[in-house]
Design a protein around this ligand. Sequence first.
Ligand SMILES: [Zn+2]
Length: 241
Amino acid sequence: MRAFITGRDPDSTSSHRDVASGGIRAAVLGAGDGLLTNVSLVLGVAGASASSATVRLAGIAGLLAGSFSMAAGELLSVQVQKEMALHELEVERRELSEYPDAELRELAAMYRARGVPYDDAMTVARILSADEKVALDTHARLELGIHPDEAGSPVKPAIFSFVSFAVGALIPLVPWFFGSGTAAVVGSIVLGALMAIGLGAVTGVMSGRPIAKMAARQLAVALVAAGVTFAIGHLLGAGGG
Ligand SMILES: [Zn+2]
């Protein structure tokens, strides 16, 4: 997802496993956002004792607005990361052409820091510095943590964010396509709670933390959000008439 800049740690290398788990992580976060948004929205509108058509409309609007916003945010953030990386590359390119000796020593120092003996480090640095493109690539990877060849397209993560948010947002909305009133409210709460528990459990597995605790935490957040908006919706609905 965000492999373009992997941080300045020269040891950070991306592997397929990281990319896959990054995708799952993004999906869990996106679905969690969607769930929280629409559990709140659906129950808030339902709390004002609106018709099920109104709840459906609000839920669908929330789903679309949130999904587009997530996708747009992803597009922008990937784009900004890309532009920042390109800028840093440009600075490095300039430094390489203006201060080749300093850059050579800098490169050798990075290998020495990794345990390569002085002479060998100088030899490696000289070989890598001989070719302009190789030199820039090496400095980018070791010094900036930028992987110039992995400049991923922002389209895939944007679609991914859209879909995962939409799935999360759809869950608490489902009962309102089949029912109304208290039954649908209960349906939203039950489905939302089950999904929150599921998402929390996945988070626990991925972070290596206690699964039950993570599931309970996610559930608590969803229930509090739902409870607060339901109460506010109820108050506004009763007051406003
Ligand atoms: Zn450099």
